[in-house]
Design a protein around this ligand. Structure first.
Ligand code: SF4
Ligand code: SF4
Length: 243
């Protein structure tokens, strides 16, 4: 009887060198049915949907690699990440195809995908947290592919927030967005829009978390990312800026 064909794991080393050091391969058939249906409807891939490949960055290395690349772009993180991933995919899987889900115009539930990969454990300020990296990681690229890679085991470590009794992030938030049950997006947004806000280009609560502190993003990266999110807030909540 022939032995089963062994599926070789992908070689992610080229992405590691670009600081894209978080990877997960999810079987498309194992996604929740509504999520799979939404992806088929929104992206209409012109190839078989076998896997979803999620790629992230953790720590400072992606920003350093992006700067070293000399990329000139209005959105350098997205453009650098997509370029690195498309080159990696073409080199690794020349006979295969992919559809880019993220970044792009159609909304994609990144935290839902992150939860399936075991990356997303929510903090009080709503970002995810990982024991090794703290909140200093992010979702960079998501692909639907026709590949046949071994699926990744989800990360299973407990959330650092479960053992954090002091919860300094909650006390640090100048808007008291977490002072009551849950997270008040309205308080956070209203505060960020104030001209003298301390959160126009950062999240003070995120910065107060001691977990993974050594992986905190470079100041320039923090300013860059939070300035983009502030512009989006100004666009979506124009009336709140006058409060
Ligand atoms: S300070 Fe504590 S509760 Fe807040 S995000 Fe960090 S580990 Fe979680
Ligand atoms: S951005 Fe500022 S207001 Fe919003 S949660 Fe973070 S610390 Fe609080």
């Amino acid at each position: 009887m022939p032995s089963p064909v062994k599926r070789l794991p992908a070689d992610f080393s080229a992405l590691e060198r670009a600081g894209l050091n978080l990877h997960a391969v999810l079987a498309f058939d194992a996604l929740p049915a509504h999520l799979a249906a939404d992806l088929r409807r929104d992206f209409a891939p012109a190839h078989a949907c076998r896997q979803l490949v999620l790629i992230g960055n953790a720590g400072r290395s992606m920003w350093a690699a992006m700067k070293a690349s000399g990329i000139a772009s209005a959105d350098p993180i997205d453009d650098f990440s997509v370029r690195a991933v498309s080159q990696w995919f073409a080199a690794q899987f020349p006979a295969h195809r992919y559809t880019l889900l993220y970044p792009g115009d159609a909304p994609v539930g990144l935290q839902t995908l992150g939860a399936l990969a075991g990356w997303h454990r929510p903090t009080p300020f709503m970002l995810g947290i990982l024991p090794q990296w703290g909140s200093w990681f992010g979702y960079r690229v998501a692909l639907l592919t026709d590949t046949d890679l071994p699926p990744t085991e989800p990360l299973r470590a407990a959330s650092p927030c479960e053992a954090c009794t002091a919860r300094p992030c909650i006390a640090a938030c100048p808007a008291q967005a977490m002072a009551e049950e849950g997270f008040s997006l309205e308080r956070c947004v209203a505060y960020r829009l104030q001209p003298e806000s301390r959160c126009r280009a950062c999240c003070v609560a995120r910065d107060a978390c001691p977990v993974g502190r050594e992986h905190r993003y470079d100041d320039e990266q923090i300013r860059h990312s939070y300035s983009i999110s502030l512009r989006a807030i100004e666009q979506y909540f124009p009336s709140m800026g006058t409060r």
